[in-house]
Write a protein that binds this ligand. Structure first.
Ligand SMILES: C[S@@+](CC[C@H](N)C(=O)[O-])C[C@H]1O[C@@H](n2cnc3c(N)ncnc32)[C@H](O)[C@@H]1O
Length: 226
């Protein structure tokens, strides 16, 4: 929201709602956030996701980010979040977004697991297995660091950065179970049971004494067309 308001919308004509394409919109959570400031169309390769967006009364089409079914300069903005991580050829997706956007291409949020910080160290010992599991699923766990360069390559003027995104101790307590479950599921079969148990004990202990710390950098990049 902050990014869109302060870095993008101030530069667009405000007489009417700017138009935007949400590439890899999923169930439309980001579309919901922007619905008061943008006229957004969603696009996703998964028909269920498109259906879920439509059921909310919003506009979405089935399509592939690698070959966007729109003419050049169809939207003021083309944006995505947590999509480039999953596509086969992210460079091509950025180029496609730059083709259909008149003014801005925005990667709102893409993670980089290579910059992950977990404390205590027994939890960090699972990082390698987590990265391997993402690669096995077809993701690029290091996409965050590549955003600015990919945009530059697509001929865009780029501004980029990292979201601070550090959970407060209260948030960590609330999210801890879900976070552990998803981490344990991802590394299952990739680390030995001893390492997993060691990590679980360290997790529980540090959650109790408040020293648990988890940070996974999430990058953004804003590309402006010349
Ligand atoms: C992690 S979800 C993110 C959803 C949403 N952008 C968000 O931030 O909540 C990634 C989405 O990208 C979609 N996706 C993956 N590859 C795609 C492609 N080649 N073209 C269009 N959508 C794609 C998936 O179907 C999924 O809905």
């Amino acid at each position: 929201m902050w990014l869109m308001r302060t870095r993008v919308l101030k530069d667009l004509d405000d007489r009417s709602l700017p138009t935007a394409l949400d590439v890899g919109c999923g169930p439309g959570l980001v579309m919901d956030l922007f619905s008061s400031m943008l006229a957004v169309k969603g696009l996703d390769i998964d028909a269920d996701m498109v259906q879920r967006v439509k059921e909310k009364g919003k506009d979405a089409v089935l399509g592939d980010a690698e070959d966007l079914p729109f003419d050049d300069d169809s939207f003021d903005i083309a944006y995505c979040s947590f999509t480039l991580l999953w596509v086969k050829d992210p460079d091509n997706v950025i180029k496609e977004m730059a083709r259909v956007a008149r003014r801005f291409v925005i990667c709102l949020a893409e993670p980089d697991y290579g910059g992950r910080i977990c404390h205590p160290k027994e939890i960090a010992e699972l990082d390698g297995a987590l990265i391997d599991s993402l690669i096995a699923e077809g993701a690029d766990p290091f996409i965050g660091r590549k955003l600015a360069h990919m945009m530059y390559d697509a001929g865009l003027e780029v501004g980029s950065g990292v979201h601070s995104g550090i959970w407060s101790p209260e948030q960590l307590k609330e999210e801890a179970d879900a976070e552990w479950n998803s981490l344990a599921r991802a590394v299952e079969g990739r680390v030995g049971i001893d390492a997993l148990n060691r990590s679980r004990s360290a997790w529980d202990r540090s959650l109790r004494d408040g020293s648990l710390f988890l940070f996974n950098p999430v990058f953004y990049a804003i590309g402006r067309k010349h």
